[in-house]
Design a protein around this ligand. Structure first.
Ligand SMILES: Cc1ncc(COP(=O)(O)O)c(C=O)c1O
Length: 380
């Protein structure tokens, strides 16, 4: 059996090596390392794929969120509603810009922020909502957009984990995640569904004004060379990354199919086991399984039981990860924002019980059989 990886970028690369190597060498030959032709080709192709008017490339997914919030002209003290159950990047940039993160609850089945929790958190200071399409499945965007419209709020979709996922509206229309809110952001970190050979990120919008502003912010607030109209930062997608991503974009839907096939295998193997809750697939979303995350339904010392599984798997050379061991509202960096009465019971419940299994495009049935057998041996 081939060694099992949490994410197998090596074997994925081998399958497209000739094409990717040529594209990278072409960039080196051209020496157009910054803002070269592949950057424009990739962003145009990505706009087409996502179904948006504008794609603004940047250096990583964290910068993308920061640039989005800067472009919205939010002021210190403005409140931004966001799930606590997410990667730190989502909430960190809120605090970095001296905005106030307002942590809200997620749904225990989808792991995504709920419309109800958003509604309850709205105050006169609320300016924006940042839903996260966690693990590859969309947050309930139709409801979120309706709330945003009613309260005149901005919506930034954190699509770092769900590029390629779709949202199906109640009238049957479909949109790719990242194209629904006022702005969508994503990450091309190597382990992401569309991963580069280093860091990268992008922003999506249909709003011409926001697009111009975000482009400027990502380039030192520059309107023309050496004329800086607004405060910005330096956040670029390198040409080499764009060249690699442009090739991988063509495979993205097949990659999602491969991930879903692995998820189907896991689902089947765990069906009927009372202690394993397999990932729920919401009817409104096409899941792209950035992660395959199970919830261990045990009440006695759940975190110990879950951590024990991780150790047991490690002994058999099976990697597994806890995404994420500490929720945002309990992170030290947010102590000053902690509200005494904040209780996120679902988030805390999930935090003790979730475990993410190997998930990528290269898993074969021998590996999947071994992983599931070992998990069932431990969980019983
Ligand atoms: C939900 C979420 N948001 C934002 C980011 C930040 O992306 P990056 O690592 O490219 O800065 C990540 C990536 O790790 C993520 O998973």
């Amino acid at each position: 059996m081939r060694p099992i990886q949490m994410v197998d970028t090596k074997n994925q690369y081998q399958k497209i090596k000739a094409e990717v190597d040529k594209a990278v060498i072409d960039v080196m030959d051209s020496t157009a390392f910054i803002n070269g032709k592949p950057v424009h080709e990739f962003t145009a192709a990505l706009s087409d794929y996502i179904g948006v008017k504008h794609t603004i490339p940047c250096a990583n997914g964290t910068d993308a969120l920061q640039i989005a919030m800067m472009a919205m002209g939010l002021q210190p003290g403005d409140e931004v509603i966001t799930p606590s159950f997410t990667y730190i990047a989502t909430t960190e940039v809120i605090a970095l810009l001296r905005l106030t993160p307002v942590f809200v609850e997620v749904d225990e089945k989808t792991f995504c922020v709920t419309a109800d929790s958003i509604k309850k958190a709205i105050t006169p200071k609320t300016k924006a909502i940042v839903p996260v399409h966690l693990y590859g499945q969309s947050a309930p965007m139709e409801e979120i957009m309706a709330i945003a419209k009613e309260h005149n709020l901005f919506v930034i979709e954190d699509n770092a984990q769900a590029i390629g996922s779709e949202y199906i509206f109640s009238d049957g229309t479909k949109k790719k995640t990242g194209a629904i809110g006022h702005i969508g952001s994503t990450s091309f970190y190597p382990s992401k569904n569309l991963g580069g050979f280093g860091d990268g990120g992008a922003l999506f919008t249909n709003d011409d004004e926001l697009a111009v502003k975000m482009k400027m912010i990502a380039n030192h607030g520059q309107s023309k060379q050496y004329y800086h109209d607004i405060v910005g930062c330096n956040s670029r997608l390198d040409t080499i990354q764009a060249a690699v991503l442009n090739i991988k974009l063509k495979h993205l839907d097949h990659y999602a199919d491969a991930r879903r096939a692995a998820a189907d295998y896991y689902d089947k193997a765990f069906a009927g086991n009372k202690k394993i809750i397999t990932p729920f697939r919401a009817a409104y979303s096409k899941h792209v399984f950035h992660q395959y995350t199970i919830v261990l339904k045990v009440n006695d010392k759940p975190a110990e039981f879950r951590n024990g599984l991780k150790e047991f798997l490690a002994k058999h050379s099976i990697p597994a990860m806890i995404y994420y061991p500490v929720p945002g509202h309990k992170q030290k960096m947010f102590e000053s924002f902690a509200k005494q009465d904040l209780s996120l019971q679902v988030t805390d419940w999930l935090n003790d019980r979730v475990i993410s299994l190997p998930m990528h495009t290269e898993l074969d049935s021998e590996q999947l059989a071994f992983i599931t057998t070992k998990i069932l041996e431990y969980v019983q």
